[in-house]
Design a protein around this ligand. Structure first.
Ligand code: 13P
Ligand code: SF4
Length: 310
């Protein structure tokens, strides 16, 4: 890349020239969030992917998100700045094992969290995100038996909120499982006025302490509505960029991880950089593709989710 290039200007120019839209998740680095046409949580991003008029969707997020966009808009070109931007939660549920697991519960409906592969979505009845999982389970008849996967932490949270018994897959997100309960307790003692907010991918003991739990958009909205001036934030730290932009003067403290990790960054989300984003839109590569038979099977459970959350 020519060091004299202003990547912000170049990306803007290429976007117009190619009729491309940049959709970015809140966990992306600040520069990417700042140049995106839309920033959101997984639900918001899939709603945008379903309705955009652009020819090219540049997905600044991870692989399962770009796949979801492709499933919803198969006629569009979907690009991901780094094809290796995966997800530990998605990896914790290989479709061939889930398929065997599902055979043990033939009378159960399968709800899968959107953080999973296209193949897994194709094995599901309804997809959900962290912002609508409770609503989706609540929308089903009380006697409906349900398998929930792959995130056991979100599953447990939904179970508690809905009072339903879910058969759960034992998966988790590496970023949300590393928070240190002891360090958070000590931090709260030092900041007694701070609100403690957490993503439902966090473990139960962390969620029990939270003043509010919700998706990334839910957490951001909470900070905007709350009168509190200080927040301890238990999710990937990328969201703090938007929290600071939307709340000048308020203070956001990332919840501390345990001593195996230095920070709360998602190594998958952070594979994307402004340079890779520029090269991706310029070269229209790497492209995310999904086999047509999987697109057809995976589209129904995603559309069912979008209908329930409309
Ligand atoms: P949401 O933005 O939908 O809350 O998802 C969080 C997440 O872990 C995405 O990978
Ligand atoms: Fe996957 Fe967790 Fe990273 Fe989200 S934060 S992409 S769930 S590993």
């Amino acid at each position: 890349i020519d060091p004299a290039l202003d990547l912000f200007d170049e990306i803007e120019r290429l976007k117009r020239e190619k009729n491309a839209v940049i959709l970015a998740h809140y966990y992306q680095e600040p520069d990417i969030q700042d140049i995106a046409d839309y920033i959101g949580d997984s639900l918001g991003l899939s709603q945008q992917a379903a309705k955009t008029d652009a020819q090219i969707i540049v997905f600044a997020g991870v692989h399962f998100m770009a796949e979801t966009a492709k499933i919803l808009s198969p006629e569009k070109k979907v690009l991901l700045p780094d094809l290796k931007a995966g997800c530990s939660l998605s990896d914790s549920c290989p479709p061939h094992l889930f398929s065997k697991f599902k055979e043990n519960y033939p009378d159960h409906l399968v709800i899968t969290y959107v953080n999973c592969s296209a193949e897994l979505k194709a094995l599901s009845d309804i997809v959900c995100t962290s912002s609508n999982a409770v609503q989706i389970v609540d929308s089903l008849p009380k006697d409906q038996k349900i398998i929930f996967g792959p995130d056991k932490n979100l599953g447990r949270y939904v179970q508690k909120k809905t009072g339903r018994d879910l058969v759960m897959w034992n998966g988790a997100c590496m970023v949300h499982e590393i928070f240190s309960l002891q360090r958070i307790v000590r931090l709260k003692e030092r900041h007694p006025q701070a609100k403690f907010i957490a993503h439902p991918e966090c473990e139960e003991a962390i969620l029990q302490m939270a003043d509010y739990a919700g998706s990334t958009t839910g957490l951001l909205n909470y900070t905007m509505k709350s009168d509190a001036q200080e927040f301890i934030v238990a999710t990937e730290s990328g969201i703090i960029h938007q929290m600071e932009k939307e709340n000048p003067g308020k203070v956001f403290i990332p919840a501390p991880p345990n001593n195996t990790c230095a920070c709360n960054d998602c190594p998958h989300m952070k594979r994307n950089t402004l340079e890779k984003l520029y090269l991706c839109i310029k070269n229209e590569l790497p492209e995310v593709t999904v086999p047509m038979d999987i697109v057809e099977k995976a589209r129904k459970p995603i559309e069912r989710m979008l209908e329930i959350s409309a």
